[in-house]
Write a protein that binds this ligand. Structure first.
Ligand code: HGY
Ligand code: MN
Ligand code: MN
Length: 414
C-alpha cells in the first residue's frame, strides 16, 4: 500500500512550471538549455532552488566543490540523511529535463511531505551535484565523485575549461554569490540515495511504461587524445616533411571507429569533441585534440576495448606525437535488489505501468552506490532523445515519477 497522504501532495502543475522556470536560466533559441557547470546561468538557477527551498523551510548548504543541498530536517537530526537529487548543469545544447527533473522531483517530494504534515525520522536532503555533465570541465560527475571520496579535491579544482578558467575559480564565484548558504564538510554519512531521471533512451516509450526500475548503469571510460605535429605552409611544404596532426588524427579516428564497431550495437564509442589548431585554412594543422566516450555493460569488454585505444593511436600517428590520457574509468554496476524492490513496489502500488531496465547513461547515482544503498527511478522522454535541445517529457510522466519518489523516500526516511 502506498502512503496516499504523501503521493496526493505531488502537484503536477507546480512541478511542470518549475521545470519551465529553471529552463529560463540558460535558455537557448531552439528551446533547450545551455547551463554548463559553474556558469552564471547555473548560479542563477541555484538561487531559484535555494529560494524555493527556503519558502518551505529547507536549509541550504554547499561544500568545497559547490554541491548544493536543501535539507528537510527529520525528527532525528543526528541520523544520517536520505539524499535525493541529480544535477542542474547541462550539455551546451541540452534539454530542460536531464538532471533537472531529479532535483525538482526531490523538491516536489519534500513539498508533498510538508503538505501532508509528514516529518520523517531521518532528514531528507535534496541535492544538485556539481558538474555532472563534464562538458565544460572534464571529467563529469565531479561533485558526486568527490563526495564519494574516490578522487582528490585538489586535482578536480585544478581542471580548466577551454577558455582557461579553473574549477577552483568558478567554485569561488559560485560560493561568493551565495553568502547566505553555509558551507559544510565535503562528504558525510548517508543512509540512502534515490535519483529520479528521464530515461534518455527509447525503451519506456516503446513498451508504453511510465516508470523504469533501474537495475544498474553500464560502464564508461573517458579519454582525451592530443596529436602534435608542426605548423607549416599549405602551399610550399612538401608532403614528406609535413607533420600534419589532422591527417594523423583522421587515421586514428578511422581505425578506432573500425575496431570499436559492433554489429550488435552494444559497444558505444563516441568522439564528440574535436579541436584543430591553429584551425587556419592555409596552415598545416599542428595540434588536434579529441575526446573519447566509450561505454559497455560488460566490465571485461570495457577494459579490453579501452586498453586498445592508446596502441591504435600510436600505430597510426605517422610523424606526429600522440598522448592518450584517461580521465575516468567507471565499471558497470548493479543497484541493490532491495532498492529496486522499493521502487517497483511504489510504482505497482500507484498503479503505474513499469519495467526493469538498465541505464545506458551515466548518473551521479553511480558514485553514491559505493557509499549507501542507492536506486534510480526513470520516466520516459519523447523518442528517447536527450543531450538535445528537443528533449521532451510530459507533465504527467514527471509527476508520476515524483509520486514514486515521495513514496520511496517516505519509506527510507521513516
Ligand atoms: O553522459 C552521460 O551519461 C550523462 O548524461 N552525464
Ligand atoms: Mn543527467
Ligand atoms: Mn546528461
Amino acid at each position: 500500500m502506498v502512503n496516499e497522504a504523501l503521493t496526493a501532495g505531488i502537484d503536477e502543475a507546480r512541478l511542470w512550471a518549475r521545470h519551465q522556470a529553471l529552463a529560463e536560466h540558460g535558455a537557448t533559441a531552439a528551446g533547450g538549455v545551455n547551463r554548463q557547470a559553474l556558469s552564471d546561468e547555473e548560479i542563477a538557477a541555484r538561487r531559484v532552488l535555494v529560494e524555493w527551498g527556503r519558502a518551505i523551510g529547507l536549509a541550504p548548504f554547499s561544500d568545497a566543490i559547490g554541491n548544493l543541498f536543501l535539507r528537510y530536517e527529520g525528527t532525528d537530526a543526528q541520523a544520517p540523511p536520505v539524499l535525493t537529487g541529480s544535477h542542474i548543469d547541462s550539455q551546451p545544447t541540452g534539454g530542460k529535463f536531464d538532471g533537472t527533473f531529479g532535483v525538482l522531483a526531490g523538491l516536489e517530494a519534500v513539498e508533498a511531505m510538508r503538505a501532508a504534515g509528514f516529518r520523517p525520522r531521518r532528514s531528507i536532503e535534496v541535492v544538485a551535484w556539481t558538474n555532472e555533465e563534464g562538458s565544460r570541465f572534464a571529467p563529469g560527475m565531479m561533485g558526486s565523485t568527490l563526495f564519494r571520496g574516490s578522487r582528490e579535491l585538489a586535482d578536480m579544482l585544478a581542471v580548466r575549461d577551454g577558455a582557461g578558467s579553473s574549477v577552483a575559480e568558478c567554485v569561488r564565484a559560485v560560493r561568493a554569490a551565495e553568502p547566505d548558504v553555509p558551507e559544510r564538510a565535503l562528504g558525510f554519512p548517508v543512509a540512502a540515495y534515490v535519483e529520479a531521471h528521464i530515461e534518455q533512451g527509447p525503451l519506456l516509450e516503446l513498451e508504453r511504461k511510465t516508470i523504469g526500475v533501474v537495475s544498474g548503469i553500464q560502464g564508461k571510460r573517458v579519454f582525451r587524445v592530443t596529436v602534435t605535429g608542426e605548423e607549416n605552409h599549405a602551399g610550399t611544404s612538401p608532403r614528406r616533411v609535413r607533420k600534419d596532426a589532422l591527417v594523423a588524427a583522421v587515421a586514428m579516428l578511422g581505425r578506432l571507429h573500425a575496431e570499436m564497431h559492433d554489429d550488435e550495437d552494444v559497444v558505444k564509442f563516441t568522439v564528440g569533441l574535436l579541436e584543430v589548431s591553429p584551425n587556419a585554412p592555409s596552415v598545416v594543422p599542428a595540434r588536434v585534440h579529441f575526446s573519447i566516450d566509450l561505454r559497455h555493460p560488460d566490465p571485461d569488454v570495457l577494459a579490453r576495448l579501452g586498453d586498445r585505444i592508446a596502441p591504435i593511436c600510436e600505430a597510426v600517428r605517422g610523424p606526429c606525437a600522440v598522448e592518450v590520457r584517461e580521465l575516468s574509468h567507471d565499471p558497470p554496476l548493479e543497484f541493490p535488489i532491495a532498492m529496486r524492490d522499493l521502487v517497483r513496489d511504489a510504482a505497482a502500488g500507484l498503479g503505474l505501468a513499469h519495467m526493469d531496465l538498465p541505464s545506458a547513461a551515466g548518473h551521479d547515482a553511480r558514485h553514491l552506490h559505493y557509499l549507501c544503498p542507492t536506486g534510480m527511478i526513470f520516466v520516459p522522454c519523447a523518442g528517447g532523445i536527450s543531450h538535445n535541445e528537443a528533449e521532451s517529457c510530459t507533465p504527467a510522466d514527471l509527476a508520476a515519477g515524483a509520486r514514486v519518489l515521495v513514496e520511496v523516500l517516505g519509506r527510507l526516511a521513516a
